[in-house]
Design a protein around this ligand. Structure first.
Ligand SMILES: Cc1cc2nc3c(=O)[nH]c(=O)nc-3n(C[C@H](O)[C@H](O)[C@H](O)COP(=O)(O)O)c2cc1C
Length: 334
């Protein structure tokens, strides 16, 4: 399926699972959603169906894979295609030790030949577009020549979309969390890649705090789109303005209340089919009312009671309470 990636929510391990993506889809009909990174080994040797199953509502949804073995990655890409994902993205940006020990993720930026072999193998077996998410560099790699060379070699295999996290990954001494904060952001480096390779789709990522800020970067550097990770997860309601700001769509933005009620229905359905517990869904939506009066109490009520909850009623009840509280506050202020 060909579609643009003007706005996407970043792949985030332990965060962007299917429940989180369903929630994000309710907030934006057009955002491109990414899975968490799934290693090729996990798909081959692990609980494949559990890792790949998703709701059609989540589409367009990109399956992100991790690995460095062309054969295994091609098998994993085949699985992804058979489940109906929209594209396959290869993770060349993750700095975690576990990933480094398996010699994949960000350390592969130093091995563009291996990455090329991997994407070629995936392309040979899959009709889905194969894309790459990387950093602007890694360790002491030359920021200009190193990244240019990486992009040139990998795009020569037919990859025409790169998501670039605009900071280097420092593989020795920094934790993954520090690697998302300490190396400085350099958006102009991503802009320079687009300028040099206008034929490629370049998506910028890293430190973007609002939809408007992302739009401004896209405009400033003539990019093809932007991706937001942490801010979208922590303050998910920012996603409600994506369709309007990024795509000029005219539909009315859904209220937080409408979203919460839909999530309550989703919980009922999910639990009825005995597919998991309420907590595994509710944990993703705790930021929905952030910055509004009563948000803390709403979060607490949900977090404290979710383990005893058997359906969506806890969410309905807590949401009725916060809406009533917000309404009473606005009456006082009026
Ligand atoms: C909890 C967490 C998990 C992440 N997992 C992945 C992952 O599986 N694959 C990946 O490419 N990046 C992963 N990232 C990095 C994000 O995709 C993104 O590149 C990074 O957070 C910078 O974007 P942001 O500043 O908008 O959050 C993760 C980030 C976080 C916070």
């Amino acid at each position: 399926m060909i579609f643009e990636e003007k706005f996407s929510v970043a792949p985030m391990m332990e965060w962007t699972d299917r429940h989180c993506r369903y929630f994000h889809r309710l907030l934006s009909g057009s955002a491109v959603l990414y899975t968490e990174m799934i290693s090729a080994d996990a798909l081959i040797f692990g609980p494949r169906h559990k890792l790949l199953a998703f709701n059609n509502e989540e589409l367009p949804c990109v399956l992100q894979l991790g690995g460095n073995d062309p054969k295994k990655l091609s098998l994993a890409a085949k699985f992804g295609q058979s489940y109906g994902y929209s594209k396959i993205n290869l993770n060349i940006g993750c700095p975690s030790n576990r990933v480094q020990n398996g010699s994949f993720g960000a350390c592969l930026m130093k091995k563009p030949k291996v990455v090329s072999e991997c994407v070629r193998a995936m392309q040979d077996v899959s009709q889905l577009p194969i894309t790459v998410k990387c950093r602007i560099g890694v360790d002491d790699m030359d920021e200009v020549k190193g990244l240019d060379n990486f992009i040139d070699q990998v795009s020569a295999e037919g990859v025409n979309l790169f998501v670039i996290h605009a900071r280097k990954a420092l593989l020795n001494g920094l934790s993954p969390k520090q690697n998302r904060e300490i190396p400085p952001l350099d958006y102009s480096r991503v802009g320079a890649i687009k300028k040099r390779r206008a034929d490629l789709k370049i998506i910028i990522n890293g430190g973007i705090k609002s939809i408007q800020e992302g739009q401004n970067l896209v405009k400033q550097y003539s990019l093809d789109g932007f991706m937001i990770g942490r801010e979208a997860y922590k303050n998910p309601y920012i996603l409600s303005s994506v369709d309007k700001i990024v795509l000029n769509q005219k539909e009315k933005i859904k209220t937080r209340y409408q979203i919460a009620m839909k999530m309550a229905d989703y919980i009922d359905e999910f639990v009825k089919n005995d597919q998991g517990n309420v907590h595994s869904i509710i944990r993703h939506i705790l930021g929905l009312y952030n910055s509004l009066p009563g948000a803390k109490e709403w979060r607490r009520e949900l977090s404290e009671n979710t383990r005893f909850s058997k359906n969506g009623d806890l969410l309905r009840f807590a949401t009725d309470n916060i809406e009533e509280f917000i309404h009473s506050k606005s009456l006082i202020l009026a």
